[in-house]
Design a protein around this ligand. Structure first.
Ligand SMILES: *Cc1c(COP(=O)(O)O)cnc(C)c1O
Length: 450
């Protein structure tokens, strides 16, 4: 499979080169030239496999000759060694025996090592990049700016992968307590993953990374690479779980339409879902939940796209005023607003509404949602108000509530037990380099440590 720049179809690259280059030379986002399409006979076979094995069947359609089928099967089985459950808030797992009572499921994508859905993409990407380093004898330095979840997932996924160093830039005091602990306790002093605490905001961190990529000498010296969702290697693996879970849901409830709700920020997760639908996944509609940062929901309602500065909210991983995958979505639908609106529906919610919803779901069912998942679940409820027949609802659960214990415990007045990987990280000593938000400070640090 080849990839092209969304700005110019003639600028093309292999999967491996697109992944290592992050952006096209013209500054565009890499897009797959074509998407595979599977018939219902083929999807039946894929749906009967385990998630990891299904992913390994999809992956060869997106990679290049540097990855054999055997490589990809080993890679997917190693990356996806955790559960991908769909549960009702009452705790029942998706099962035809539950029809017609149950139709409201949460797809819990937070059972990976860093307890957020970003593990799915990061673990595939980390292993793919490391495989490429092995075949080309190159090396790369990843700079990643994080408001919380991305840094943890990328650091964990790349820890001890050969040929790659990772520097995670996070804003001082700008991530949750649990997230900071996770970011600063990976590996040892000599590991290939290091945390940098920037004395500034998340925007400063992102700006620094952008400046570094814009500096030709620095980029060449360290072979810099991005692991944010502008990288096509982050987006493609996110289609795998939509593909596989939609087949499970359709097998359980063959006669009902199937709708996913996705709490969204940079729209990378949604882009994965749209790619899965184009590959033949039996998904009827996508609902998009935004917090107060809602340029995409506005676009769906009006056809006007107005990026804007972000404002802080309870669901901070979605505090994005200029979603970086928006151009990819337009490109998938021929830049046609009507086509996007046929597939996507959106609604946005305030922090007050989100808190109230977390409380209501907990009171009614005992289920604890993270603030992001709650925004998605709210959007699904609102969408359902205008639908007059049963349909299967799948809200994408993007993070474990314990990652946001600071806010969720305050909202529910109850303690959230820490899952094992978090409990372990909480006991470790934090290690980080504290730095001013300037390119000089970053260059100096890279010169000594990259
Ligand atoms: C990153 C993240 C999101 C937003 O996903 P996008 O792909 O940027 O739209 C939502 N929830 C959580 C918990 C996240 O970490």
């Amino acid at each position: 499979m080849n990839y092209h720049s969304h700005l110019d179809p003639k600028t093309s690259a292999s999967f491996g080169d697109a992944l290592l280059a992050s952006l096209a030379p013209d500054g565009g986002l890499w897009m797959p030239d074509t998407l595979p399409h599977f018939t219902s006979e083929e999807t039946a076979v894929l749906g009967a496999k385990s998630f990891a094995d299904c992913a390994a069947e999809l992956a060869p359609h997106f990679t290049d000759e540097r990855f054999t089928k055997t490589d990809l099967l080993a890679l997917c089985r190693d990356a996806y060694n955790f559960d991908v459950p769909m549960r009702t808030p009452k705790g029942d797992v998706l099962d035809p025996a539950l029809a017609p009572v149950a139709e409201d499921f949460v797809l819990e994508l937070f059972h990976g090592p860093t307890l957020a859905f970003k593990d799915f993409a990061a673990r595939f990407m980390g292993r793919a990049a490391s495989h490429l380093m092995g075949t080309t004898k190159q090396r790369r330095t990843i700079l990643v700016a994080t408001s919380g979840d991305t840094g943890g997932a990328i650091g964990d996924a790349f820890l001890d992968q050969k040929g790659i160093k990772v520097f995670i830039l996070f804003p001082k005091g700008g991530v949750s307590k649990v997230q900071e602990q996770q970011l600063t306790t990976m590996g040892t002093k000599r590991s290939n993953v290091q945390a940098i605490c920037v004395d500034g905001t998340f925007d400063d961190c992102q700006q620094l990374v952008k400046q570094a990529f814009g500096d030709k000498a620095l980029t060449a010296k360290h072979d810099l690479m991005s692991a944010n969702s502008i990288n096509v290697g982050r987006v493609i693996p996110q289609s795998f779980y939509y593909f596989w879970t939609s087949l499970q849901a359709k097998a359980a409830y063959p006669n009902r339409p199937l709708v996913y709700s996705i709490p969204s920020g940079n729209l990378g997760n949604l882009t994965g879902g749209l790619i899965a639908k184009k590959m033949g996944a039996p998904i009827d509609r996508f609902v998009i939940g935004n917090n107060a940062n809602d340029p995409f929901v506005d676009y769906l309602a009006s056809g006007e796209y107005t990026p804007r500065p972000s404002v802080p909210t309870l669901s901070n991983a979605m505090d994005i005023g200029r979603p970086n995958n928006f151009p990819r979505i337009l490109s998938l639908y021929d830049e046609d607003y009507d086509k996007v609106r046929d597939v996507c529906w959106g609604a946005s919610f305030s922090d007050v509404e989100t808190e109230r919803h977390i409380r209501r779901v907990y009171t009614e069912t005992g289920y604890i949602m993270c603030p992001h998942t709650a925004v998605g679940h709210l959007a699904m409820e609102k969408f359902a108000e205008d639908v007059d027949r049963p349909f299967t609802r799948i809200t994408v659960g993007t993070a474990h509530p314990a990652k946001f214990a600071d806010s969720v415990e305050r909202i529910l007045h109850t303690d959230i037990p820490l899952p094992a990987p978090l409990a372990k990280a909480m006991k470790k000593k934090k290690r980080m380099h504290v730095m001013a938000p300037t390119l000089d400070a970053l260059s100096d640090y890279l010169a000594d440590n990259a």
